[in-house]
Design a protein around this ligand. Structure first.
Ligand SMILES: *[C@@H]1O[C@H](CO)[C@@H](O)[C@H](O)[C@H]1NC(C)=O
Ligand SMILES: *[C@@H]1O[C@H](CO)[C@@H](O)[C@H](O)[C@H]1NC(C)=O
Ligand SMILES: *[C@@H]1O[C@H](CO)[C@@H](O)[C@H](O)[C@H]1NC(C)=O
Ligand SMILES: *[C@@H]1O[C@H](CO)[C@@H](O)[C@H](O)[C@H]1NC(C)=O
Ligand SMILES: *[C@@H]1O[C@H](CO)[C@@H](O)[C@H](O)[C@H]1NC(C)=O
Ligand SMILES: *[C@@H]1O[C@H](CO)[C@@H](O)[C@H](O)[C@H]1NC(C)=O
Ligand SMILES: *[C@@H]1O[C@H](CO)[C@@H](O)[C@H](O)[C@H]1NC(C)=O
Ligand SMILES: *[C@@H]1O[C@H](CO)[C@@H](O)[C@H](O)[C@H]1NC(C)=O
Ligand SMILES: *[C@@H]1O[C@H](CO)[C@@H](O)[C@H](O)[C@H]1NC(C)=O
Length: 847
């Protein structure tokens, strides 16, 4: 039945936030007081998100930044990646993905601000924390402490970046978007390890930064002793209890983790949006005025950019915008609603400090007043399990456990962190098979070419040294690989029964393959938490000459911890046991070394070698081979969206598309089988191991290929496989649409932006659906008003179900990019009077 007052709203534009974006090109002063950053004399409530420019391609920057703005952000935060900007001392690089000026200008064009975290230490799960390796080779250098060679280089790079920004007029005082800058990064976490020199270094870093006259405030995060005027800011999963080190500084949060980074061998972390929203609301409730999501868009660690040990190629971070640049729902939408609710409180938030009113055990209210009258309130239930009803200002409010309600007029709840009313997306590209992803094999078994690498020394540029060398000092980060080789003469007398001996190997990490007489006999590896490992392996030796060849591998240079830069890697101990007389310690023998592998040296990843006769072909590609290179060509699936390469049948290695490194893969490393929870309870404090998925599976099987890296026709794919895999089953995926859904009840809150607080009319709840990528709603797969059951993707009609709901929804939505349907009996009639009703809709967005 259809009611009389048929009112279906179609909203064409996304939420336009109340608030004031800065005018492009006009100079602005940026200062601060104890409440907030002050821009042109006005205190500002600022929502910020981290996007690291090299973690996607420049053609995609505008789209990601637009989605960030539509999600309610005011500021984009990025680190600066020194090692790629100055690959050789004094030689700078700012092209392509590393075009910092273009990135800052792209943010400016979108009308957002920039927080430039120059560091130059970045951490960021980035190779060597962002330090160029040549720095390590400067005689007498010690990183991140009062050390003249280090300070000299750090100062040069800080000045280089600041001057570059000044020349391009990118600071706010010059009409640019940069309102904030950071020096160092989380140094307070490790300062203890550097003693008094660490304290002096903090003083020096602060003075040096301030001396660069950026005209914008500087911050130091996780730095309690940050000297004035530098603002010390908080990083963490919660920062409501944080207070800056001076009453003159505002309470700022520079890293609120939307999830956590992924490491090979680990399960996939995620953070429920209800808890993330809770942490943000608690922060603004308790006096915060600047909050940054780390990451708002995480992206990809292409090539060898990933940090270590063992940081994965995907840097998705469970962020509101996923690795591929698609909006992650309901995370993005729920946070957008939260931002909108906070912005509706802005005039109160910037006016006063909050007044705290205890409302019960684990129940808190914080109120912000204005002199001219009126107030905004945050009501929080911080209990882990118990929901509560509270009385506030004469009214009763229901507060779910671990949630915050926002009342911009001290009366109406326009948002609760635990009530998600934004659209959900069904299945996440490319991780779950949905009808809206297309997958095909990359090449048939017969169209692969291969090259089998030599085991051990492959060229005349090897060298010998006495004892086992530290790997990083030896390879100087020019390759992940170092060959350690030795030949041993086993006499008749020493040869034990059947030639069996025991090989004991100790390594600082991160992985190593063991060959005896050119045959693979073992593979050892560590993990992100501890990359070191030992191997004990029975081996068979021949009478006479035997060769031992060990390929030691690094999976991303360490990026975090005290003195992380000298942590070291590689094999440090080799002992042979079980020989007739005694065990033999080979650690101090003379070893022969070779940096890199033969295929790397030949340049097999390069497009110029695509037709080289080095490559072999045949009727079927060899499977399960160690140290082999594979090559094929493929045509990219149609469309203009990003691509995903499914490497689940491969072992460990690296991949290149048209000569560009798409990253390291390690599909054969399964995560522990325990520790995952299917439904992770968002209630109670979150930590990085609380919510995990994909237990017992590889951390990552799908690898991002940016669309701009492929072209029509044949594209070159090259793989360097170390352990053994099956390339014939590699497939490529693209996204052709998105199934979206929502389930909203009559008693749910109305969309935050539909509130007109001084009007008597209360807005009604709505189902709102939005497609991205310019897709349109092409079908309604389910619609029911009444008592529909089940979850998105598995809805079914309940005992009460109105007639004609489907045609109403179809009329409102089909052919549109977005639609909105009020959840009320006005539109649908009342199929079961007296019963609480809801509207469930599932739709398909596609081209
Ligand atoms: C910064 O400003 C001070 C005072 O105006 C000046 O002495 C100094 O040289 C400036 N430094 C730089 C790096 O511009
Ligand atoms: C809160 O109040 C509602 C309505 O009066 C009631 O149904 C519910 O049980 C109460 N919840 C708690 C936790 O007291
Ligand atoms: C109570 O709510 C009214 C609005 O209905 C508001 O004007 C008043 O300031 C509030 N008082 C307190 C103490 O929150
Ligand atoms: C990746 O390929 C494997 C092996 O063919 C297959 O089982 C898996 O479903 C694929 N994954 C996706 C997301 O397509
Ligand atoms: C090493 O090999 C390269 C190319 O294979 C050759 O040009 C060079 O002369 C060799 N060097 C020595 C010292 O044998
Ligand atoms: C043992 O074999 C290796 C590789 O064939 C060779 O380089 C080495 O000279 C040999 N050593 C002895 C003692 O014969
Ligand atoms: C690497 O070499 C530097 C000096 O060149 C030395 O100080 C450092 O201890 C070495 N690192 C390791 C892990 O051996
Ligand atoms: C390799 O050969 C193909 C087919 O003959 C050709 O299209 C391509 O341009 C060649 N590539 C290079 C790098 O020479
Ligand atoms: C691959 O080869 C290794 C030994 O080289 C063997 O242990 C393993 O079972 C093989 N795997 C498959 C899938 O054939």
């Amino acid at each position: 039945m259809r009611g009389e007052g048929f009112t279906i709203l179609v909203f064409l534009t996304l939420v336009v936030l109340k608030g004031f974006y800065f005018k492009r090109g006009s100079a602005a002063t940026v200062t601060y007081d104890h409440r907030a950053l002050v821009i042109n004399g006005q205190r500002r409530v600022l929502l910020s998100g981290s996007i690291h420019y090299p973690r996607t391609t420049p053609d995609v920057w505008p789209e990601i930044i637009r989605k960030s703005k539509e999600g309610g952000l005011d500021v984009i935060e990025t680190y600066v990646f020194w090692n790629y900007h100055e690959p050789v001392k004094g030689q700078y690089y700012f092209e392509g993905r590393f075009d910092l000026v273009r990135f800052v200008k792209t943010v400016q064009e979108a009308g957002l601000f920039v927080h430039l975290r120059i560091g130059p230490y970045a951490c960021a799960e980035w190779n060597y924390g962002g330090f160029p390796f040549w720095l390590h080779l400067i005689p007498g250098i010690q990183f991140r402490t009062t050390n003249a060679p280090f300070k000299n280089e750090m100062e040069l790079f800080l000045a280089k970046i600041v001057n570059m920004m000044k020349e391009q007029k990118l600071f706010a005082s010059q009409g640019g978007p940069i309102i904030l800058a950071q020096v160092e990064n989380e140094y307070g976490n490790v300062e203890w390890a550097y003693g008094v020199s660490g304290e002096l270094y903090v003083q020096w870093a602060a003075e040096t930064a301030v001396g660069l006259n950026t005209t914008v405030p500087w911050v130091m995060c996780q730095q309690e002793d940050a000297p004035d005027p530098i603002i010390n800011t908080c990083n963490g999963f919660y920062c409501d209890r944080f207070t800056p080190n001076s009453l003159t500084k505002p309470k700022m949060w520079t890293e609120n983790y939307c999830g956590w980074f992924l490491a090979f061998g680990n399960a996939v972390p995620f953070r429920p949006v209800e808890d993330l929203a809770f942490s943000v609301a608690r922060f603004f409730e308790t006096g915060g005025t600047f909050q940054n999501y780390y990451m708002y868009f995480g992206g990809t660690n292409f090539g060898r950019t990933a940090g270590g040990p063992l940081v994965a190629t995907s840097y998705d971070y469970d962020a509101p915008i996923d690795e591929y640049g698609f909006i992650r729902q309901p995370k993005w939408g729920h946070l957008r609603d939260l931002h909108n609710a906070i912005k509706q409180c802005q005039e109160y938030l910037v006016h006063s400090d909050p007044t705290y009113i205890p409302l019960g055990v684990h129940i808190e209210a914080h109120i912000y007043h204005k002199d001219s009258g009126g107030c905004a309130a945050f009501l929080a239930n911080i209990d882990h399990t118990s929901d509560a009803n509270v009385t506030f200002n004469g009214s009763s409010y229901y507060l779910p456990a671990w949630s915050v309600s926002i009342l911009p007029d001290c009366k109406n709840v326009i948002f609760n962190t635990a009530k998600v009313v934004s659209q959900k997306n069904l299945g996440e590209f490319p991780h779950e098979h949905t009808t809206s992803a297309r997958e095909h094999l990359i090449a048939s078994s017969s169209s692969w070419f291969w090259y089998k690498e030599q085991v051990g020394i492959w060229s005349n540029n090897s060298f010998t040294a006495s004892g086992l060398l530290e790997q990083i000092n030896t390879t100087k980060d020019t390759s992940d690989y170092l060959w350690y080789t030795i030949s041993i003469d086993v006499t008749e007398k020493l040869l034990p029964n059947n030639g069996e001996a025991l090989l004991l190997l100790g390594s600082l990490g991160h992985a190593a393959m063991l060959f005896v007489n050119k045959k693979l006999i073992g593979f050892g590896y560590g993990n992100h938490e501890d990359a070191s490992f030992t191997l004990m392996q029975k081996i068979t030796l021949n009478r006479g000459n035997n060769t031992l060849d060990f390929l030691s591998m690094i999976v991303g240079l360490q990026n975090y911890g005290p003195w992380f830069d000298i942590a070291g890697a590689g094999i440090f101990s080799v002992v042979l046991g079980g020989l007739a007389d005694a065990k033999e310690d080979l650690s101090i023998s003379e070893w022969t070394y070779q940096v890199g592998t033969e295929g790397e040296y030949l340049g097999l990843d390069k497009t110029s070698l695509a037709n080289s006769s080095l490559w072999t072909s045949g009727n079927s590609v060899p499977l399960n081979q160690s140290l082999i290179w594979y090559k094929t060509t493929f045509t990219a699936p149609e469309g203009n969206g990003p691509l995903a390469l499914n490497l689940s049948t491969m072992g460990k290695g690296q991949a290149w598309v048209n000569g560009i490194g798409i990253g390291r893969y390690w599909s054969s490393y399964l995560s522990p089988t325990t520790g995952c929870s299917k439904h992770c309870d968002y209630r109670g404090p979150y930590d990085a191991s609380k919510c995990l998925k994909n237990c017992g599976q590889p951390a990552q099987t799908l690898y991002h290929i940016p669309r701009s890296w492929v072209h029509p026709g044949e594209n070159l794919l090259v793989l360097h496989e170390e352990l053994g895999g099956d390339p014939s089953r590699i497939s490529i995926l693209t996204k052709t649409g998105q199934e979206v859904c929502a389930h909203i009840s009559e008693s749910d809150p109305a969309p935050v932006d539909s509130w007109k607080l001084n009007s008597q009319i209360k807005p009604m709840p709505e189902v709102r659906l939005i497609c991205e990528q310019g897709w349109k709603i092409t079908s309604i797969n389910f619609a029911s008003f009444g008592t529909p059951e089940g979850q998105c993707g598995k809805f079914s009609h309940g005992t009460c179900s109105g007639d004609n709901v489907l045609p109403i929804i179809q009329k409102a939505c089909i052919g549109r990019e977005s639609c909105s349907i009020t959840v009320s009996t006005f539109d649908f009639g009342d199929p079961c009077p007296g019963v609480p009703k809801s509207l469930a809709v599932e739709a398909l967005c596609s081209a």
